[in-house]
Design a protein around this ligand. Structure first.
Ligand SMILES: *Cc1c(COP(=O)(O)O)cnc(C)c1O
Length: 386
């Protein structure tokens, strides 16, 4: 199962130590991030580029956070942060109606996925995720030499095209499945699992299997559609949720995410996390971002309005988008999206190709401000009808 892009040839060559590299790691493809604005400027010399490629908050961080950070930068940066993240953890515990012993703070919620894998996965165990699931799930699974069971997505002509098929998960369950990863809403599709369906699913998952419900896009979802994950966690100690400050809270630069889980699970995650895994400024920013509910509300309102407007404009151009409850749209071009991606880059508009997700006909575009979205739509018209 060589992935073709590795350079190592194993023993016999000049680098015999590769024999001891974890086999799962040798199979991995590194995560492909959205292209930073600076890189486009370096590569194509395009000035004034906009990035709609990593689902960041187009309004940026809360002004209250930025102000507090400017002040905090004058403080004593020589001291290690509060390792327990006491204040942030207390706020999150109150928000979720649990004790602080159920909260794990992490340097981005991706790190939390890695901790789960390190505790629960390994040789002889398996993880399950959907065909078009978030790229970090295969990464953390393979890195532990665990087996990946990839569940075929719902068909393209279904009500939730390319979405997670929770009945399919149940059908493919095996006794060695230690972890199930499900994002709802999911990245890169924007699709979601219906609340009632998820409840039926939880009732059928064995108690020895940890279900990680990744709620990175929770804030953007219509409250009427959200999974009652807090209530479900009280019935199912094997259910944990992850959230992030990188999306609706606009703090992707600072790397803060967290998990809510049974205290026993949380205790295990804490054993493998690195000490001081959140910086002082990151902890402060997350606390204040949590308090500024108006900023999150403005962000969500902009996203809901603009997501509908962009989707309608794309439809008017004859393009199909997947149903989305997140802050991005997956667009199906019905043919390779690579030339369109390139034409957009040349006009200074960075979006995300989905070839690494085995969806080479798609592009994923994050919802920006009104003017960013107009610029994207204009560049796309140009790309399609040069
Ligand atoms: C963006 C994203 C995350 C969050 O990543 P961070 O490490 O917290 O920045 C987690 N899961 C999904 C599905 C995402 O799209």
């Amino acid at each position: 199962m060589k992935n073709g892009n590795t350079q190592e040839q194993g023993s016999g060559d000049a680098l015999p130590f590769l024999e001891f590299a974890a086999p799962g790691v040798l199979e991995l493809r590194p995560y492909e991030p959205g292209m930073p604005v600076e890189e486009l400027q370096r590569r194509l010399g395009v000035a004034n580029a906009i990035k709609l490629a990593s689902n960041e908050n187009p309004l940026g961080a809360s002004p209250k956070v930025r102000q507090a950070l400017a002040q905090a930068a004058q403080g004593n940066l020589a001291l290690y942060p509060d390792d327990g993240g006491f204040r942030l953890k207390a706020k999150l515990a109150a928000l979720h109606g649990v004790g602080p012993e159920s909260i794990t703070l992490c340097n981005g919620s991706n790190t939390l996925l890695d901790l789960v894998a390190r505790v629960f996965l390994g040789d002889g165990r398996a993880a399950m995720y959907s065909e078009y699931a978030f790229a970090v799930y295969p990464l953390v699974t393979l890195a532990q030499n665990a087996e990946a069971i990839v569940v075929p997505a719902l068909p393209p002509d279904s009500a939730m095209p390319y979405g997670d098929d929770v009945d399919g998960f149940v059908r493919m369950l095996r006794p060695d499945v230690a972890v199930i990863f499900i994002a709802s809403p999911n990245n890169p599709t924007g699709t979601w699992v219906e609340a009632a369906e998820f409840e039926r699913f939880m009732a059928r998952v064995p108690a020895h299997t940890i279900v990680v419900l990744d709620e990175a896009y929770h804030a953007f979802q219509d409250p009427a559609l959200r999974i009652a994950s807090g209530r479900l966690m009280r019935s199912y100690p094997n259910l944990m949720i992850t959230r992030t400050f990188s999306k609706a809270h606009g703090l992707a630069a600072l790397r803060v995410g967290y998990g809510v889980a049974h205290p026993r699970v949380t205790d295990l995650l804490h054993r493998v996390r690195q000490p001081f895994n959140n910086g002082t400024l990151a902890l402060l920013a997350a606390e204040l971002a949590l308090d500024d509910t108006d900023h999150v509300a403005r962000t969500v309102e902009l996203n809901t309005r603009e997501r509908a407007r962009v989707a309608a404009a794309l439809q008017a151009m004859g393009l199909r988008t997947l149903p989305s409850q997140a802050n991005f749209l997956a667009i199906d071009f019905g043919r390779s999206s690579a030339p369109i991606h390139q034409a957009l880059l040349e006009q200074g508009v960075i979006v995300r190709p989905m070839g690494s997700y085995h969806l080479p006909n798609f592009l994923r575009v994050s919802i920006g401000t009104e003017s960013e979205n107009d610029r994207f739509l204009g560049a796309l018209r140009q790309a399609l009808h040069p």
